[in-house]
Design a protein around this ligand. Structure first.
Ligand SMILES: Cc1cc2nc3c(=O)[nH]c(=O)nc-3n(C[C@H](O)[C@H](O)[C@H](O)COP(=O)(O)OP(=O)(O)OC[C@H]3O[C@@H](n4cnc5c(N)ncnc54)[C@H](O)[C@@H]3O)c2cc1C
Length: 475
């Protein structure tokens, strides 16, 4: 009698190399690879538009690597997977673990259901360098501050070496046509995702090339260069990491090798610590599953946020009148990503100068970012808002003018995304309202017509924010 096939369920691990669950499945028999887009269980956290664009490309590339055997489905995975097991006659199911609260609760139920049906379920770690339960304080409780988490906790547990792609794999497509769904769902407006296609190369192979490229050209000088907005002195690996086209272990080991060879220890250390911020955000999401919806520091729930639709719209579309904020927001819309420093500045502006609830900004990022990640996005917003774990103190309010002068001194970033200001002299580029009528006229800028007047005053909005924060302290 032929051996029953096994199912490998791809999730946030759309790759063949360093995929422990896939390697184990291949050892167990012929593998039926499946992917399920589960909006039903995701609920509010169903993938946003930019992520859906990425996913569709990533699945197409993965399917090529699997010889066209990947079956994709749309629906509740806890309903679909048992049905796929039944149809295919599979005796075992393999997957790699995910850490979003909705996935954890769904996977627990699913595992129980399959086990009750006599199906063996195996799960592995493919997405993190350290799983949350591996790093705890001496008293057994989770860390809430990054530096001891990383330096005392993580660095004492070397991450495992990455695995090669599974050898002698047999992938089969099975007989699952009844449930097969050829397209995931209609994609967002065409011109928008054409821009994303022009910007990004998706898939495991491309992720490997992006890593090589970064290690060769930009790891050296990363520590300083990562803050400069126009230079792109960063890896741009976040969407590849989010979708699991490359693993954090591959990135960690690659960086370690390249950094030690090049003798750029300070850059290496900084880059590894950024990977560890990604780990820390997953860690916090695991221990504090309310992170995406509720302030980590509960007192911020009483903050007098303003639900100002006009202010929010001006921010969303890069029309605040503050060039650095607007350039960041337009970068997001143009490319599906935003430089980390611009994320901090734009988020701070929304939450602190416009007093808009961080959750509104988080949702916009969720829809527009190709690397939208429940852990890193929620953590990033709460960090900026001051409500998070190990967050920036509330009184630290990024000033977009001084940040611009420091991190975009020659204005290349602003000019790239705000062409209407291109001809303004550097001196006024980050504060066009300071330019005289003659200077503006010469640059072809009519404030309030070609480019907006500032929507808020930096000084008074800062004072208002601090007063709101102090009222909170007293309550
Ligand atoms: C408001 C806000 C929202 C954010 N939302 C997301 C998000 O949805 N998804 C996301 O992946 N990152 C998010 N970040 C973190 C960070 O901005 C991005 O990870 C980074 O800009 C990605 O660019 P890169 O790959 O070139 O990073 P690099 O500088 O090359 O860093 C390497 C990797 O380290 C990780 N990393 C770097 N910085 C951080 C950080 N601050 N927090 C967590 N991980 C980090 C990323 O996986 C990144 O790919 C957010 C930050 C803020 C302030």
């Amino acid at each position: 009698m032929p051996k029953a096939p096994v199912i490998f369920w791809f999730r946030q691990d759309l790759r063949l190399a360093d995929n422990p669950g896939l390697t184990a499945a291949v050892r167990a028999g012929a593998v039926l690879p499946v992917y399920i887009l589960d909006d039903e269980n995701a609920g509010k956290w169903r993938m946003g538009a930019a992520s859906r664009w990425w996913l569709e490309q990533a699945l197409a590339r993965l399917n090529d690597s699997l010889g066209g055997t990947l079956s994709c489905f749309v629906g509740a995975a806890d309903q679909l997977l048992p049905e796929l097991v039944r149809q295919s006659g599979a005796g075992e199911v393999f997957w790699n673990r995910c850490y979003e609260p909705w996935r954890i609760s769904r996977d627990k139920k699913l595992k129980q259901r399959l086990t009750e049906q006599g199906i063996k379920v195996h799960s592995y770690n493919a997405s993190l360098l350290w799983e949350p339960w591996e790093i705890l304080k001496k008293d057994g409780t989770p860390y809430q501050v990054f530096t001891p988490y990383f330096r005392k906790g993580c660095l004492s547990v070397p991450p495992p070496k990455p695995l090669p792609p599974p050898a002698q794999a047999e992938f089969i497509s099975g007989n699952l046509d009844a449930l097969l769904c050829p397209r995931l769902e209609p994609l967002p407006v065409r011109p928008w995702h054409d821009k994303l296609a022009a910007r990004w190369a998706v898939g495991e192979q491309q992720a490997g090339l992006a890593l090589e490229d970064f290690l060769r050209d930009r790891l050296q000088g990363y520590k300083e260069g990562r803050d400069y907005l126009a230079d792109d002195h960063v890896s741009r690996l976040s969407p590849h990491l989010h979708f699991g086209e490359i693993s954090p272990r591959q990135v960690w080991q690659g960086a370690l090798r390249a950094g030690l060879e090049a003798g750029c220890e300070a850059d290496l250390d900084h880059f590894l610590s950024e990977l560890a911020w990604r780990e820390f955000s997953h860690y916090l999401l695991y221990y504090f599953p309310q992170l995406p919806e509720h302030c980590f520091n509960a007192k911020f729930e009483d903050f007098p946020w303003q639900r100002d639709a006009m202010a929010f719209d001006a921010w969303k579309w890069g029309e605040t009148g503050y060039p650095l904020v607007d350039a960041g927001m337009r970068e997001l819309w143009e490319t599906g990503t935003m430089h980390n420093r611009a994320r901090m500045i734009t988020a701070s502006f929304l939450v602190k100068n416009q007093l808009v609830d961080w959750r509104m900004g988080q949702e916009w990022f969720w829809d527009c970012l190709v690397d939208a990640d429940l852990a890193s996005n929620s953590f990033g917003w709460q960090w900026v808002a001051g409500s998070g774990a190990d967050a920036v103190p509330y009184f630290r309010i990024f000033n977009p003018v001084t940040q611009g002068k420091k991190f975009d001194p020659d204005g290349r970033y602003v000019r790239r995304y705000i062409p209407e200001l291109r001809r303004l002299p550097d001196r006024y580029l980050h504060a066009p309202w300071e330019a005289s009528t003659e200077v503006l006229a010469e640059a072809g800028v009519r404030l309030g017509r070609d480019y907006p007047q500032p929507v808020v005053n930096l000084q008074t909005s800062r004072e208002k924010a601090l007063a709101a924060f102090h009222s909170l302290k007293r309550s």
